[in-house]
Design a protein around this ligand. Structure first.
Ligand code: F6R
Length: 613
C-alpha cells in the first residue's frame, strides 16, 4: 500500500497535501514526499520516515503553488530511502508521478527505456511511469499540451502491467492533474474551486464530501473545482459525484466501524497482492540455486501467536509438497531449547511486523547455529528482514488492528507458494503437478471474495451465542492450526475463554469441559477426514454442545444432520481450504467482541508489536 494525494485549486496546495498525507499515513509510513508546481518550476521535497519528517523539511524549503502531488510510501520495490521516495520524475524533472501498486513488468520497461537513453535515479517500479510518459510525449500530437499529456498517459497505460493507481503533473500544464486507476484505489474529491485526487476519502474529507469513485481503467483530469473522466476505452464519461455522509474517523477505516473488520475485508486484495509478487519471484524466493535447494534437509519454522499458527499450516505444506521434515517452534521456546546442529537446515521466521523480540531472538540463534535464514514478513526494512539471509514479503499493507487477520491468511498463502516452489526445485513435485497447484493458488483471491460474504450469516449466529462463557474449536490436519487461530482470535478481542484442539484429541481429556450449550466450532470441509469430523460432532452434541459445522458445499447435507448450524465456505483445493475456513472465525471473534462492547482494535493488555521478551 501507499497513499497518494493531489490538490489543484486557488490556494497554496502544501497544507492540503501535508494534511492529506497525515490522514493516509495508515497506508504506509516509510517515507513521504511532495512536489509543488511553483510558477513554472517543480519543487520537490522528500523525507525518510513519517509525514512529520516531511512536514519539517517542507517548512524549511517552503514551496508554494496551487497545484501539487504528495505521497506516503509503503516500500515494495527498493528500500525506504530518500531516492526511492515519491514523487518520481522523468529525465528532465518536468513530469512528476506518485504511484500506489506494483508495475509487474517494470524491469523490462526499465531496460527498454535505458536503451533509449533514459537515466533512472531510484530502484522503484514507479519511476518507469514518469520516463514512459516522457518517451510517449515525443510521439503524441494534440491541439494543446493538456491533450498531449492525456494521450501520453493513455499510451503509457497500455504498456504497464499490474495493479496500479497514479497521479501525474507536468510543468507545461499548470493547474492540471491527471489520475489513473487500475485495480488500486483512487478517488476524486470535487470542492468549491478546488479538486482532489487521493487513495482514500479521508485525505480530503474535511474540505469536501463530494466524491467521484473511479472505475477500473479510468483516467480523471482535474482542474480547480472541475473534473472530467475518460472510461477505459478512452471515451468521455458522465461524471457522477456522490455525497458521502461518513465522519472523518469512519472514513479512515474505509467506512467500516473498526480496522479489524476492514482488514478482514481487505483479504482478497491482500492475497492477490502477495501472490502477484510471489509469481514474479518464484524460484528466486530463497536466493538459492537449484543445487543448494536440493541440499535442504530440514526446515525449522519459528514464530509467535497468529504467525505461529501460520507456521503450523506451513509444516503440512512443506512436508507434503517438498518432502522435507519440518519442526515448528514458538520463538520464545526455540531460543531456550537445545537445537541440534544439522547440515542443510533452513530456519523460517514468520512475522507480520518483523519487530517481535522473541522471533528476532530465535532467528539470531538459528544464525549462530549456521542455518540459512528466511523471513516471511510484511514490513520492508524491519529488523527481522535485515537479519535474515532472504525475505519473502507478504504484501497485505499495514495491519492496524491488534488482532491479526489479513497478515495470517497472507502468511499461509506465502507458505504454500514457498512449499510448492521448493517441491518443484527439489524434484518432489513434477512440473505438471506444480502447474496445477499454482493454478489453484492463483484462484484463491477470487474464492476469498466469496468467503467474506459470510459476514451476515456469522453476525446473525453470534446473537444466539455471544453470552457463552467458553468456546471450543476443533479441526484436524491443516485445520487443526485454524482451530487454534479461531480460539486465539476470539480470546484476544472478546476476552472470553476459548480453546482450540485437534478433533481427535478431545476424547483424551478436553471433552470434559463441554457442557450444555457450549458453542463448539467444527472445521470440517468435505475432505478425507470429513467422516471423522462427523463423528466428533456427534460426540460433542451428545454432551449438550451447540455444534456449528464449517463445511464446504459438498458436506452441507451430512453436516446438517449432526450440527445445530452449518456455515458453508466456498470450496478450494483441500490444502488451501484453511485460508478460507479461518474467515468466518475472524468474523465470529469480531461480532462477539462487538456485542460485548469490547475495544476491538486495541484490546486490553495487548500491543500490535511485542518488542520485549
Ligand atoms: C494475534 C496477534 C499476535 C501476533 C504475534 C506475532 O492476533 O496479532 O499473536 O501474531 O504477536 O506478531 P508478529 O507477526 O508481528 O511477529
Amino acid at each position: 500500500m501507499c497513499g497518494i494525494i493531489g490538490y489543484v485549486g486557488k490556494n497554496n496546495s502544501v497544507p492540503y497535501i501535508i494534511d492529506g498525507l497525515k490522514k493516509l499515513e495508515y497506508r504506509g509510513y516509510d517515507s513521504a514526499g511532495i512536489s509543488i508546481l511553483q510558477k513554472d518550476k517543480l519543487v520537490t521535497v522528500r523525507a525518510v520516515g513519517k509525514v512529520a519528517a516531511l512536514e519539517k523539511a517542507a517548512l524549511l524549503a517552503s514551496p508554494c503553488g496551487t497545484t501539487g502531488l504528495g505521497h506516503t510510501r509503503w516500500a515494495t520495490h527498493g528500500k525506504p530511502s530518500e531516492e526511492n521516495s515519491h514523487p518520481h520524475t522523468d529525465c528532465l524533472g518536468e513530469i512528476v508521478v506518485v504511484h500506489n501498486g506494483i508495475i509487474e513488468n517494470y524491469l523490462l520497461l526499465r531496460a527498454k527505456l535505458e536503451s533509449l537513453g533514459h537515466k533512472f535515479k531510484s530502484e522503484t517500479d514507479t519511476e518507469v511511469i514518469a520516463h514512459l510518459i516522457e518517451e510517449n510525449l515525443k510521439s503524441v500530437r494534440g491541439s494543446n499540451e493538456e491533450e498531449r499529456l492525456i494521450k501520453a498517459v493513455q499510451k503509457t497505460n497500455k504498456e504497464l502491467a499490474g495493479a496500479f493507481a497514479y497521479g501525474v503533473m507536468w510543468v507545461h500544464t499548470p493547474g492540471v492533474l491527471v489520475g489513473v486507476k487500475n485495480q488500486s484505489p483512487l478517488v476524486v474529491g470535487v470542492g468549491k474551486g478546488e479538486s482532489f485526487l487521493a487513495s482514500d476519502v479521508p485525505a480530503f474529507l474535511q474540505h469536501t464530501n463530494k466524491v467521484l469513485f473511479l472505475d477500473e481503467g479510468e483516467i480523471a483530469i482535474l482542474h480547480a473545482g472541475q473534473v472530467s473522466v475518460l472510461d477505459r476505452f478512452g471515451k468521455p464519461k458522465k461524471v457522477r459525484v456522490t455525497k458521502i455522509s461518513w465522519d472523518q474517523k469512519t472514513a479512515e477505516k474505509g467506512g467500516y466501524s473498526h480496522f479489524m473488520l476492514k482488514e478482514i475485508y481487505d483479504q482478497p486484495q491482500a492475497i492477490e497482492d502477495t501472490l502477484r509478487t510471489a509469481r514474479a519471484d518464484f524460484g528466486k524466493i530463497l536466493g538459492l540455486d537449484t543445487s543448494a535447494l536440493r541440499r535442504l534437509e530440514n526446515v525449522h519454522i519459528i514464530a509467535c501467536g497468529t504467525a505461529y499458527h501460520a507456521g503450523l499450516v506451513g509444516k503440512y505444506y512443506i512436508e507434503q509438497f517438498a518432502g522435507i521434515p519440518v519442526s515448528v517452534d514458538l520463538a520464545s521456546e526455540y531460543k531456550y531449547r537445545t537445537v541440534p546442529h544439522r547440515k542443510g537446515t533452513l530456519a523460517i521466521a514468520i512475522s507480520q511486523s518483523g519487530e517481535t523480540a522473541d522471533t528476532i531472538g530465535a532467528i539470531k540463534k538459528a544464525k549462530e547455529l549456521g542455518f540459512r535464514t528466511l523471513a516471511i514478513c510484511n514490513v520492508l526494512g524491519s529488523t527481522l528482514t535485515r537479519l535474515c539471509d532472504s525475505t519473502f514479503f507478504t504484501h497485505c499493507g499495514p495491519e492496524i488492528s491488534v488482532a491479526s487477520t489479513k497478515a495470517f491468511t497472507c502468511q499461509i498463502t506465502s507458505m504454500y507458494a514457498l512449499a510448492i516452489s521448493l517441491g518443484l526445485a527439489n524434484g518432489n513435485v513434477s512440473k505438471t503437478a506444480f502447474d496445477k497447484l499454482h493454478r489453484e493458488l492463483m484462484r484463491l483471491s477470487k474464492a476469498m471474495s466469496e468467503t467474506v460474504k459470510l459476514e451476515y450469516t456469522v453476525r446473525h449466529l453470534t446473537r444466539k451465542i455471544y453470552k457463552a462463557e467458553r468456546f471450543i474449536f476443533l479441526g484436524r490436519h491443516v485445520h487443526f492450526p485454524i482451530a487454534l487461530e479461531g480460539a486465539l482470535k476470539l480470546k484476544e478481542v472478546s476476552y472470553r475463554s476459548a480453546e482450540g484442539f485437534a478433533a481427535g484429541e478431545i476424547k483424551h481429556g478436553p471433552i470434559s469441559i463441554i457442557d450444555k450449550g457450549t458453542p463448539v466450532f467444527m472445521l470440517m470441509p468435505q475432505d478425507d477426514l470429513f467422516e471423522k469430523m462427523l463423528s466428533a460432532c456427534q460426540e460433542c452434541r451428545a454432551r449438550g454442545a451447540f455444534v456449528v459445522a464449517l463445511t464446504t458445499p459438498g458436506g452441507q447435507a451430512q453436516a446438517k444432520r449432526v450440527a445445530d448450524q452449518v456455515i458453508v465456505v466456498p470450496q478450494v483445493s483441500d490444502f488451501l481450504q484453511p485460508v478460507l475456513h479461518v474467515v468466518p472465525l475472524q468474523f465470529l471473534a469480531y461480532w462477539i467482541a462487538k456485542r460485548l462492547g469490547r475495544d476491538i482494535d486495541q484490546p486490553r493488555n495487548l500491543a500490535k508489536s511485542v518488542t520485549v521478551e
